[in-house]
Design a protein around this ligand. Structure first.
Ligand code: GN1
Ligand code: MG
Length: 358
């Protein structure tokens, strides 16, 4: 994308100061992200092209983000650092369109750090505090939220997509994937059994983040403490267990999400304990018994879902996740499956830790 085009988009937002440069940032799987640096004392900004295929209702998504961040702002000590700040366009909308594509801007929060991997238990503890606090700040949020992605962590819906994808087999990959398909099929019933507890209301729903991997959390550089959850695109109503489970999938992995060397990938029980301690320090008092009972299982649930989603995208011809090389989604599938097996092996210990801490 040319600087000229980026400048044209950015200048349609109500930014302070004069733009000095616009540079690509990070490697999100879904959106395209840029940092807008301004001249002098004016703040810098994050400019994002939202993936309108993944998010069919970007205006609805931006309304969610605005509502949730405003709710948080009135409760925290430092409202410009402890949550995102949405910057509207000059016409007052929360986005700018470019053909069928949507762009949005939020404030860049300086003196912060992000991580791709948890390298210490104190970081995992802080991450747990961050999501526990995010959920508790929103526990009294009572406006309806738009469903930005249908059935996002609903495994019944994921299996419907899965069955349709396997039947369609659009790029002829199914015949070579019988082993991997069996990994998913052999766990279908236990995963649906868990989800039926959410459907029946035995496990309650709340406002949740739904994408709590470590790279979606900002940490304060001077103190090392957690600052806030970012990437609020998937904020919706779901079970809070999904936020815990997705974080466990991320913080406890001793390897990379797409590690080609499976020997690197295990679930670290020390990281599990640290994250659970942080999370429960914020959530212990408000969780109900069924949430406590299923907390450890949520790590398996979301890791399983990720195995299914990566494999399904590979079967589908790599339409959803950005890939860096042709087999990328298959490599991700294998690495996440190795992690899932590691969790299954250590499940009794995970449950014992939750019981002790909760
Ligand atoms: C995507 O947007 P990003 O990169 O934070 C995905 C998550 C997956 C994750 C796997 C909207 O997260 O659900 O867990 O990749 N987000 C969406 O790394 O699908
Ligand atoms: Mg995201």
């Amino acid at each position: 994308m040319t600087q000229e085009k980026l400048l044209n988009i950015a200048s349609q937002f109500a930014l302070e100061g004069e733009i000095a440069s616009i540079d690509a940032l990070g490697e999100g799987f879904i959106n395209d992200t840029f940092v807008v640096t301004t001249v002098g004392e004016a703040p810098n900004y994050i400019l994002q092209r939202k993936n309108h295929i993944v998010f069919p209702d970007v205006p609805g998504m931006m309304d969610n983000i605005k509502a949730v961040t405003e709710h948080i702002k009135v409760k925290v000590a430092d409202p410009m650092r402890e949550t995102l700040t949405v910057i509207p366009a000059k016409d007052g909308k929360l986005y700018v369109t470019e053909g069928e594509k949507y762009w949005a801007v939020c404030l860049f929060i300086p003196d912060t750090a992000t991580y791709d991997r948890a390298d210490s238990t104190s970081l995992a503890y802080q991450g747990g505090v961050g999501i526990g606090r995010f959920q508790s700040l929103l526990s009294d949020f009572d406006k309806p939220l738009n469903e930005t992605i249908k059935g996002f962590h609903n495994i019944r819906w994921r299996f419907e997509q899965w069955d349709a994808t396997i039947a369609a087999d659009p790029v002829g990959r199914v015949k070579d994937l019988q082993t991997e398909i069996e990994w998913v099929e052999s766990r279908r019933d236990e995963m649906l059994a868990f989800w039926s507890k959410v459907e029946s209301g035995e496990i309650p729903t709340h406002v949740t983040h739904n994408d709590t991997k470590i790279s979606n959390i900002l940490f304060d550089k001077p103190t090392g403490n957690v600052l806030c959850a970012i990437d609020l695109d998937t904020v919706m109503s779901s079970t809070s267990l999904n936020d815990f489970g997705d974080a466990i999938r991320s913080y406890t992995n001793t390897g990379a999400e797409d590690d080609k060397c499976l020997d690197n990938v295990e679930m670290s029980i020390d990281m599990f304990r640290a994250y659970a301690e942080g999370y429960l320090s914020e959530q212990r008092a408000t969780m109900c018994q069924s949430e406590k009972d299923w907390l450890a299982f949520s790590g398996r649930y979301i890791t399983f879902e990720q195995v299914l989603r990566f494999l399904m995208d590979y079967i589908d011809g790599d339409k959803y996740y950005k890939i860096a090389y042709p087999e990328h989604n298959l490599v991700r599938t294998h690495a996440q499956y190795k992690l899932l097996q590691s969790m299954e092996r250590q499940y009794d210990e995970m449950c014992a830790i939750v019981k002790e801490l909760a």
